[in-house]
Design a protein around this ligand. Structure first.
Ligand SMILES: [Mn+2]
Length: 344
């Protein structure tokens, strides 16, 4: 999907000098945080005041990024006014900016920069390219076209966005452009070793211990084609990013699931696919969503119910093979709050 253009973005930025709200999706990932920081740097160069904001804190692993301290946490400091213009980056849909919507009124002019295929809303100016590996790639293109200076802060932010959205150049969205741009960014002062250390090898001890607990309860189903790990009760921690990848790294596994208890009867499920099985369809049947290879949902009920229903649906999808259509294969109980999707 392609909509809008770089020229639309450049025209939007310089159309006036009014303060711009810059927001992204809640549960922010590296591309969301990096895009905000880099775009803030661009506005600063044009002398345009701006407010960076997310309806969540910046995750600890991205706290090292220079510029992250400029991002307001709307859970603590809600917006108390609307802006005349707002940039929505990497969000997929307006619902996903949560309290960011407080800053958007009927008169707000919107800019949408994104690489999500499911972008439903349309800004007054757009730059959407679903073939781009990350929103950071689009911002890099905009920097070049607009002759912005790429500071080391901006370069690090863009590098983080591409590095994380490609799963460290592992996912199928890893394009030649993604690697070329990252190579170029190194020339602008990115410390690639530091970035990788901070994001992937700087976990709190409790996180590693929790991962160990989850893995010690590994279950294999469907002749080893499905792996499942879980964390419950006091073992469940907030930051479980990457846990499901371990369950998905087992030879022969096609679909991996990680179930994490959030409240006594509320569970977060993260799914990964290593085959043609589209886990966004599976998550969708539980009221969640995501991408073909990575998706998630929330579930209210007991772990036994969740496992039984989820394994039933996965098994049916695997049995359908490549012909899986996304039609419900088993009746699924309505989910009370399954509106938000996550990639887990
Ligand atoms: Mn992204």
């Amino acid at each position: 999907m392609n909509r809008g253009s770089i020229d639309e973005v450049l025209a939007f930025i310089t159309s006036n000098r009014e303060e711009m709200l810059v927001v992204t999706h809640f549960f922010p990932d590296g591309d969301a945080v990096g895009s905000l920081i880099a775009f803030g740097g661009m506005l600063q160069q044009r002398g345009i005041p701006f407010q960076l904001a997310i309806d969540d804190p910046v995750p600890e692993r991205y706290g090292f990024m220079p510029g992250a301290e400029q991002i307001a946490n709307l859970k603590i400091m809600p917006l108390n006014r609307t802006f005349s213009r707002a940039a929505v980056l990497d969000a997929g849909a307006l619902e996903r900016i949560g309290r960011g919507n407080d800053g958007i009124g009927p008169g707000t002019r919107l800019l949408d920069v994104d690489h999500h295929f499911t972008t439903e809303f349309q800004g007054h100016a757009n730059c959407i390219d679903s073939d781009a590996s990350a929103t950071a790639v689009l911002l890099y293109r905009i920097c070049l076209a607009g002759s912005f200076e790429i500071t080391s802060q901006m370069a690090t932010a863009l590098f983080v966005g591409i590095l994380t959205d490609t799963g460290r150049f592992r996912f199928s969205n890893t394009t030649p452009e993604a690697m070329i741009v990252c190579g170029e960014l190194l020339k602008f002062g990115v410390d690639a070793s530091l970035v990788t250390e901070q994001i992937f090898h700087n976990l709190p001890a409790a996180g590693v211990l929790a991962l160990g607990k989850a893995l010690s309860q590994l279950e294999l189903h469907c002749d080893g084609r499905v792996s499942l790990i879980s964390l419950a009760g006091e073992d469940a921690i907030n930051d479980t990013e990457g846990f499901v990848e371990h369950a998905a790294s087992i030879r022969g596994v096609e679909v991996a699931a990680f179930l994490c208890q959030m409240e006594p009867r509320l569970w977060k499920a993260s799914l990964r696919s290593r085959s043609e099985c589209d886990v966004s369809l599976i998550a969708g049947m539980f009221g969640g969503g995501g991408h073909r290879k990575a998706a998630g949902f929330r579930y209210r009920g007991t772990p036994e119910q969740l496992k039984e229903e989820l394994l039933g649906v996965i098994e049916a999808h695997l049995a359908n093979g490549r012909a899986a259509t996304g039609e419900p294969v088993a009746p699924v109980r309505p989910i009370e709050d399954g509106s938000d999707s996550n990639r887990g």
